[in-house]
Design a protein around this ligand. Structure first.
Ligand SMILES: CC(C)(COP(=O)(O)OP(=O)(O)OC[C@H]1O[C@@H](n2cnc3c(N)ncnc32)[C@H](O)[C@@H]1OP(=O)(O)O)[C@@H](O)C(=O)NCCC(=O)NCCS
Length: 164
């Protein structure tokens, strides 16, 4: 059941440092055990890209907050029908926030007329996406913006088109 303390709002460029910190903490903590520690450290330690603040406003980024504190976020790249990332702060895990962010992204995608969403799931996240209705298509390798290569699973879900 979703923790009712969470509310959702659109991300803004000024959120960039907080979002990047959640992403790095989630990689270090939540992905642990699914990849070699050395790989996780290289993935987590990559610095906030210069383009990240502008991308938050160019893409559709939804942020989950408790009061003024950011607890997680998810990104829709509508141009490629991709869920780019769902990251939940390690201390906020398994309270339904990840699912809530993803359902919101799917609603937005449906209103934009998208019929299918795809994503590259990190190995630890596969059960989460399966629980949210995504189907594994193939195994692959995802190259992060900083050039770190991580094993992933390509997953997809058909979504019901809504009219705004
Ligand atoms: C993947 C992630 C976003 C899930 O967020 P979350 O808020 O913990 O997920 P939810 O609480 O909404 O989970 C919804 C359901 O997914 C499934 N699920 C979530 N995490 C799971 C896990 N580690 N193992 C098995 N099932 C899991 C469960 O069925 C869960 O429902 P339940 O708690 O009632 O059993 C979060 O773990 C995370 O940020 N991980 C690190 C970053 C990452 O790998 N992101 C994905 C990049 S592609």
């Amino acid at each position: 059941m979703t923790d009712t303390r969470y509310s959702l709002r659109r991300g803004i460029a000024a959120d960039a440092p907080a979002l990047w910190a959640i992403r790095s903490d989630a990689v270090r903590c939540t992905c642990r055990g699914h990849y070699p520690d050395e790989l996780l450290e290289r993935w987590a330690a990559s610095p906030l890209p210069e383009s990240f603040p502008a991308n938050i406003e160019r893409e559709y980024v939804i942020v989950g907050v408790v009061g003024s504190r950011i607890a997680g976020f998810a990104t829709l790249k509508a141009s490629t029908a991709e869920v780019d990332a769902v990251f939940v702060a390690p201390g906020e895990g398994r309270r339904g926030l990840g699912r809530r962010l993803l359902v919101h992204i799917e609603d937005v995608a449906a209103r934009k007329g998208l019929q299918r969403l795809g994503l590259n799931a990190s190995l630890n996240a596969v059960p989460f996406y399966e629980a949210c209705g995504y189907e594994a298509i193939s195994e692959g390798v995802y190259t992060t913006g900083a050039g770190v290569q991580i094993a992933c699973v390509r997953m997809e879900k058909a979504i019901e088109t809504l009219t705004a």
